[in-house]
Design a protein around this ligand. Sequence first.
Ligand SMILES: [Zn+2]
Length: 275
Amino acid sequence: MGFKVFISADMEGISGVVHSEHTSRSGKEHDYARKLMTSEVNAAIEGALNAGASEIIVNDSHGTMRNILIDQLNPKAKLLTGSPKLLSMMQGIDSTFNAVFFIGYHAKSGTRIGVLDHTISGRVISDIVINGVSVGEVGINAAIAGYFNVPVVLVTGDNSVINEARRLLGDIESVVVKRAVGRYAALCLHPNIVHEKIREAAQRALERLSDFKPFRFNSPVKVEVTFANSGMAEMAELIPGVQRVDGKKVSFMHKDYLIAFKILRAMIYLASTVL
Ligand SMILES: [Zn+2]
């Protein structure tokens, strides 16, 4: 029996991607960025196959979640495409998987130098703190994998997201595909070099699978969310169990992390209706 691998693929942490012209649906360079993203995901798939993976699910995790070019994807993997999905960037994960890869990930909102830093929604969220720790998509999604007892073993993106991931998850495999120079600028490695590094890191990660532990937040989880404006916090306050802390901030607790995540998603949807 080979490994079962779950890949969550975002776009902001792909080499060459530095602007909304790449990441947004209407951007002139979006189709090119989709191609770059698909190739980096393929490198991770190849590395996993080299290590003996027998089943690979790729969850397209960026924006509309319809980015990866299916005909250019390695045919050994299956693609989960489209949105919304209840578990969003982690839809499809369950306890049958052996390992999770985060490909093309980015730093959390408020990172001083991180390419296209944000947390879930750049327009809505200023900060998310779970059990006292400010976390981005790496932490939030790693804990969903951890909920199902699956470790995150590989993260790729700019140097700032790799620092964030290593602080939280420890000695995981990682590939720095670009060095952040600012929010909209990076020193990027050539795709050929990036692919080789990702292929090797993916293989290495599965070869030392026993080194990794699932990441979890202690129960009950306390979630504190700071929104971009007070109108958004007001919408979040509509949800039962959610307390208003101050103008832009709400908080809630739940013993079950997966339910806490769904409450978080619901409040982001509600808040996004406010300008
Ligand atoms: Zn994204």
